[in-house]
Design a protein around this ligand. Structure first.
Ligand SMILES: [Zn+2]
Length: 437
């Protein structure tokens, strides 16, 4: 598995480093440096990401992460027990014909017409798309709270756990305990002055202590309540949390069980959590982090080694995460989404399936998509398209004998590329990109 991903990630970065010399699009992206925030540092033994990539523009970083997500999804297919995940982005949507290669500015070409699994938990591709949406919504909410003159606190509730605990059991207890935090007479008292809350569940695993399931909650206050007052509410919430856990055979400690942090202006809070999750697979969850391995780090290890222990853990995670909500908002009078002028919340499935725009360019006919899928060439075609445009894409397809036709209706702005000229233009791009890819 690894022999596929690492060269791909490296070469895409290299491709873009060359392209940056002449491409206006790449220059546009270069305004925002990647800052070395790529998610693949931790597992890119070649060192290419740490060396060559630092200084490469954001467009290349986007491409890298996209390639990594595709690679991990493809690696997951043979081992996953979730049918929808195995078929995510492999099958086409029923009734829509062939998949279509789309172009969009800023190095964001993509494929349309593919079925998506919509899982925020187990799918490397869908989870990224969902997290990006949630991050932008949370950022909007946080801005609205500030405009309303309020303040926010980020409270983390944890549970004591050990290796013998089953993930489903810990998760059930955590869900029940959070429900208990936000209900009852004491909560009615505590929530006076609260605009609302949002909570997210995070799961990690350590070899030593097993599954770690915890809740991050954003508490939004309508006025600048002192931090001590907020911490007091959080501590009372922890009391309910702990009592509920005990009913489920778990417990927590006040020292480790609850942590409250004021979200200061410019702080990222929960939106930052989702922002990171949207951008990277591993950044905040590197393998040696104290919080343990993220599920995607687990999946990567499992698919690289086929080690029985990791595979078993991944399967347990697949089963236990099924049907659970990752992000929950307070509702009714504490509707933070309404405060921010956001519409009704879309389901994870709807967000994952959403059309992200771009211009239909090339229809991938016949066996082209199955071949791309089987050979795991999807990110390579996207990279070629980003760098060289539609002309490069069709030349790339032609070189591999993969049938295609212009997508109809062809909605691309500007003159439609004439195949011969476009291919000539693409030749230069291809000459180095294919040597690298
Ligand atoms: Zn998916």
């Amino acid at each position: 598995m690894s022999h596929h991903r690492h060269p791909a990630a490296t070469s895409e970065a290299g491709t873009c480093a060359r392209a940056a010399e002449g491409s206006a699009r790449a220059r546009e992206g270069a305004k925002r440096p990647s800052g070395g925030a790529l998610g693949n540092h931790a597992h890119n033994p070649s060192g290419a990401a740490g060396g060559a990539v630092s200084g490469v523009d954001e467009v290349a970083a986007v491409r890298d992460r996209r390639a990594e997500r595709w690679a991990l999804l493809d690696a997951a297919r043979p081992v996953s027990r979730v049918k929808r995940l195995r078929e995510c982005r492999r099958a086409t949507l029923t009734g829509t014909g062939n998949p279509v290669l789309r172009t969009a500015p800023g190095g964001r070409s993509g494929f349309a017409g593919l079925a998506t699994c919509g899982s925020p938990w187990v799918c490397p591709c869908c989870s990224g798309k969902i997290a990006a949406r949630r991050a932008s919504e949370l950022a909007a909410v946080m801005a609205a709270v500030e405009v309303a003159g309020g303040v926010m606190d980020l409270v983390t509730f944890t549970v004591r756990h050990h290796q013998g605990h089953r993930l489903a059991d810990v998760w059930d207890a955590v869900s029940a305990a959070w429900a208990r935090v936000t209900s009852g007479a004491a909560w009615m008292e505590d929530k006076a002055g609260l605009l609302g809350w949002a909570r997210v569940v995070e799961v990690t695993h350590t070899g030593r202590n097993g599954w770690h399931v915890h809740v991050h909650a954003l508490l939004a206050w309508s006025s600048p309540v002192p931090e001590a007052a907020s911490a007091w509410v959080a501590m009372r919430g922890w009391g309910r949390w702990d009592r509920a856990l005990r009913r489920w055979g778990f417990d927590s400690t006040p020292v480790h069980g609850v942590d409250t942090r004021r979200v200061v202006s410019g702080d990222e809070g929960l939106a930052g959590y989702f922002g990171k999750a949207a951008l990277e697979l591993t950044s905040s969850w590197t393998k040696d982090s104290r919080a343990g391995r993220s599920p995607f780090a687990l999946l990567r290890d499992a698919t690289e080694t086929y080690e029985a222990g990791d595979l078993g853990l991944w399967w347990e995670y697949e089963a236990a995460s099924h049907g659970r909500k990752q992000l929950t908002w307070s509702t009714g009078r504490m509707d933070l989404r309404r405060l921010a002028g956001l519409g009704r919340e879309e389901s994870d499935e709807a967000v994952a399936a959403e059309d992200t725009g771009g211009d239909d360019a090339v229809e991938l006919v016949g066996e082209t998509w199955p071949t791309l899928s089987r050979r795991r060439w999807q990110p390579e075609l996207l990279a070629v398209t980003d760098v060289g445009g539609v002309g490069a894409a069709v030349a790339w397809l032609d070189e591999r004998g993969l049938p295609w036709r212009w997508a109809r209706p062809y909605r691309r702005e500007g003159p439609r590329p004439r195949s011969v000229q476009a291919q000539r233009e693409a030749r230069e791009v291809l000459s180095y990109s294919s040597s690298l890819l």
